[in-house]
Write a protein that binds this ligand. Structure first.
Ligand SMILES: *Cc1c(COP(=O)(O)O)cnc(C)c1O
Length: 425
């Protein structure tokens, strides 16, 4: 008899965790410690040389955080995970392992506003150049390829909402040019989509959002898919060349299919420093246990609210990939068969002004800059999250002046609809 792979819901509760061997504690304890006692001088030397696995200092590893890393890596079908202090920290650490000064990467124009700013401005200061591509036509990624491109970055289900990217087509183009595809899977979560299954090489999450799920902790995670050949040529020296800070160790050669994750940890976390706090790892782990239940409710509620808005005469348009008339419905059926997520946008006929009035009048929805909370959230991106962008960039990112973004929570759908109904005036 072949063993059946456990159900997602089973893995969400159990993957990575087991009763504490010392105390019997069933729930993973918070190892609120910065450092760990060495057995002896030899043990310490082996740890520092990466010759044995173990804990040195919480900037590198922590037992609570390690459970979260293993759990999300398992849910994504990946080889290893590296947790970071936030989603943005995870992006920084991942690119740090791939990019040298003067290198380039191609990124989708349909990204979280903060990522557009991070890539376009702050990464530029490190000599990492972003080339933007509109993902509606995957061929744009082929046209944008240069010899210096080291990675392609997309969101599968894209913020601020309603857009689904053709992961498989873009993965094929990236691989033809021997570069890895990185997918930010924050909006879909591993419950709705596993990008590694569609050819992605690296997955990134802002665990601040649905994985934690309760709007109480910042966190990020990088998942190493384990399949990319970093040593095929000399374009990824951080991974393939001898590393002077580890006596000439080569990360890919030494650690094989988790060499990228090891470089993220042993170089990126070590030297840039954005480690996840063990307390946040604990809260995010607790959240992860109910991820499948929450995502079912998030998606069901979102569809009901989107259907209500679509038939309302005060509404100009609704962009939700779960609606049959969405241009992304076909891609959603392929990549998100369990539901099109709970973040989407719509516009009121009254435009910018009606939008800001709506945001002022809601009671149950909270007006704030977050997504993926059990509570329903509302925002006007053009005046907040996407404010740093030019109007052209705002429109390209799906965050034009009339756009309202909703992150539908797990409350009763009828109460959410009633709140929007009264607030639209
Ligand atoms: C929030 C978010 C990020 C950034 O994550 P932080 O945890 O806020 O640093 C990146 N990508 C997407 C899609 C996000 O929603």
């Amino acid at each position: 008899m072949t063993e059946k792979k456990p159900d997602f819901a089973t893995l969400a509760v159990h993957a990575g965790s087991s009763p504490d061997p010392v105390t019997g504690a069933r729930v993973t304890p918070i190892y609120q410690t910065t450092s760990y006692v060495f057995d002896d001088a030899d043990h310490a030397a082996q740890l520092f040389n990466l010759q044995t696995f173990g804990n040195i200092y919480t900037r590198l590893t922590n037992p609570t955080t390690a459970v979260l890393e293993e759990r999300i890596a398992t849910l994504e079908g990946g080889r290893a995970g590296v947790a970071c202090a936030s989603g943005h920290a995870a992006q920084l650490i991942a690119f740090h392992a791939l990019m040298e000064e003067g290198d380039e990467f191609i990124a989708s124009t349909r990204l979280y506003g903060g990522s557009i700013t991070q890539f376009g401005q702050t990464f530029a200061k490190m000599g990492w150049k972003v080339i933007w591509a509109d993902p509606d036509d995957p061929e744009n990624f082929r046209r944008a390829m240069t010899d210096r491109v080291k990675a392609v970055f997309i969101e599968g289900l894209a913020n601020p909402g309603g857009v689904v990217t053709d992961i498989e087509a873009i993965a094929d183009i990236a691989h033809e040019h021997h570069v890895p595809l990185i997918v930010d899977n924050t909006l879909a979560t591993p419950y709705l989509c596993n990008p590694l299954q569609w050819g992605a090489d690296i997955v990134i999450h802002s665990a601040t959002k649905f994985i934690g799920g309760h709007g109480n902790s910042m966190g990020g995670i990088i998942i190493d898919g384990g399949r990319f050949d970093w040593s095929a040529d000399d374009r990824y020296p951080t991974l393939s060349a001898p590393n002077p800070s580890y006596h000439g160790l080569r990360f890919h050669e030494t650690f094989g299919d988790f060499g990228f994750a090891m470089a993220c940890r042993a170089l990126g976390l070590r030297d840039l420093g954005p480690a996840l706090s063990p307390f946040n790892a604990f809260l995010i782990l607790t959240g992860s246990e109910t991820l499948p239940l929450r995502m079912e409710k998030h998606c069901a509620n979102a569809l009901k609210v989107a259907e209500f808005l679509r038939q309302d005469e005060r509404v100009a348009w609704v962009s939700y990939a779960g609606l049959t008339d969405s241009p992304y419905y076909g891609l959603a059926q392929k990549y998100l068969p369990r539901g099109a997520g709970s973040i989407f946008t719509f516009g009121l006929k009254g435009g910018y002004e009606a939008g800001t009035e709506l945001v002022a009048r809601v009671n149950l929805f909270s007006h704030l800059a977050n997504i993926g909370d059990v509570r329903s959230l509302i925002i006007h991106p053009a005046s907040t999250t996407h404010r740093q962008l030019s109007e052209e960039q705002q429109i390209a990112a799906g965050a034009g002046p009339d756009v309202i973004r909703l992150s539908i929570g797990i409350e009763g759908a009828d109460d959410l609809i009633a709140d929007l109904d009264q607030a639209m005036g």
